[in-house]
Design a protein around this ligand. Structure first.
Ligand code: T4K
Length: 386
């Protein structure tokens, strides 16, 4: 039996919206205050609420995750080489470029898709000053192992935590590991401020430096003490965050149900492995990602992707292409294909599935049925290839 396509497109995600009346009330407050940006009352409130929610000792808001990371790296005053992953969104590595830092690409762990902590040490040189790791798709990195390496070689550890809103490791907030953790609050994230981001950091002395960096280096109306940028979150974004924070737990619960549905209905399909299987406080429920082994499934990831489009289903091939393949990095020794075997293999095998509360479990079940129907039996394959 062939299943019918969805009537409307099913995307990889949909933003979490707060109650419109509640957001309108917030807007009314902003209208009355006449403060639209520059550290107004909504900004202050969200910063305090998020620091508490995320368990961060210090936290600053930014107008997006990219500028949070870029300025966080700047505040650390790093030089030279930074060991990082090629399997990430371009922003991670582009932040190094904008700080005149050279990325050194380290291969990934084939199970979690995170930087392989066991391969970091062999890449350290005299020029290495930091490790920039990404908690990819919400799977936490091997934080203890990474810290031990950093301590041994006197390196800074920065986490791109764009995918780990609210995640804990053994009961500890994920931002309590490393020197700093960046969060993204883009519309496509579990928690959003339309566009937005934050930096959680350990060193209290960085408070002022980050405040200056995100506001043109202005110490006061008459003193500019360093070369900064404009990376401030405005009041409309902050108000959105205050309201979205109220509904984020409901969204997490819905995604938990979706995850269970996917797991149940994908079970037993040959060649399909689930990459994101953490639950509860260990999970951000940011993405639901599968790996397709074409030798067992009978189709490649790209073939499945193309077939799903015929059913009006649009998952994403995050993070294809690999950052190490960007034209301005491909000359690097660490970007050579033979140095990144797992990254190169898996970037062609993983698919981020539709995953957002509003999708509903019936739709998720149907997506799984379609994936099951698209599986090609070995004997069919043999007949086909004859
Ligand atoms: N580090 C990592 C590891 C990241 O993943 C990201 C961002 C960053 C750093 C940088 O953080 P930010 O500076 O962005 O805060 C999206 C997001 O734009 C990006 O934030 C995110 N990662 C990345 C993984 O995904 P695209 O190019 O896939 O977005 P787009 O517009 O194709 O959206 C995906 C789907 O979401 C659409 O097909 C439909 C749906 N959608 C999207 C938007 C924007 C909506 O329904 N409504 C919307 O408003 O990058």
């Amino acid at each position: 039996m062939m299943l019918a396509p969805f009537k409307t497109p099913i995307y990889v995600t949909r933003p979490v919206f707060p109650d419109l009346a509640d957001y309108t009330d917030q807007l009314r407050n902003i209208w009355e205050s006449k403060q639209l940006t520059n550290n107004g009352s909504q900004h202050k409130k969200l910063e305090t609420e998020l620091a508490a929610y995320l368990g961060a000792s210090h936290l600053k808001l930014f107008n997006n995750g990219t500028l949070a990371l870029l300025l966080g790296l700047k505040a650390l005053g790093l030089k030279g080489e930074v060991i990082t992953t090629p399997f990430t969104f371009p922003a991670t590595v582009q932040c190094l470029d904008w700080n005149q830092l050279t990325p050194v690409f380290c291969d990934i762990d084939p199970i979690t898709l995170n930087i392989d902590a066991d391969k970091i040490e062999s890449l350290i040189t005299e020029q290495t000053t930091a490790i920039l790791a990404v908690h990819v798709f919400g799977n936490p990195c091997e934080v203890e192992k990474i810290q031990r390496i950093a301590d041994k070689h006197n390196l800074r550890v920065i986490y791109d935590g764009a995918h780990v809103f609210g995640t804990e490791i053994n009961g500890k907030p994920i931002n309590s590991f490393g020197d700093m953790t960046m969060y993204s609050f883009h519309a496509t994230k579990l928690f959003n401020t339309v566009e937005g981001g934050a930096l959680a950091f350990k060193d209290a002395q960085m408070e002022q430096q980050l405040e200056l960096l995100k506001n043109f280096g202005l110490l006061n109306a008459e003193q500019v003490v360093l070369s900064g940028l404009n990376a401030k979150m405005n009041e409309l974004q902050a108000a959105m965050g205050i309201e979205v924070l109220k509904v984020v737990e409901v969204e997490r619960r819905k995604r938990h149900e979706l995850k269970k549905t996917y797991e149940t209905h994908l079970a037993g399909i040959p060649g399909i492995r689930i990459i994101t299987n953490l639950e509860g406080p260990a999970s951000s429920y940011q993405y639901f990602v599968i790996e397709i082994d074409d030798s067992l499934y009978g189709r490649t990831r790209d073939e499945l992707f193309n077939e799903l489009a015929k059913f009006n289903i649009f998952p994403r091939k995050y993070f294809y292409p690999l950052c190490s393949d960007f034209s301005w990095y491909s000359h690097l020794e660490s970007a050579r294909p033979e140095n990144l075997p797992f990254s190169r293999k898996l970037v062609h095998q993983v698919l981020s599935m539709p995953f957002y509360g509003e999708l509903g479990t019936d739709a998720a079940e149907k997506i799984c049925e379609i994936i099951r129907e698209l599986h090609v039996e070995q004997k069919e394959l043999l007949n086909f290839r004859k």
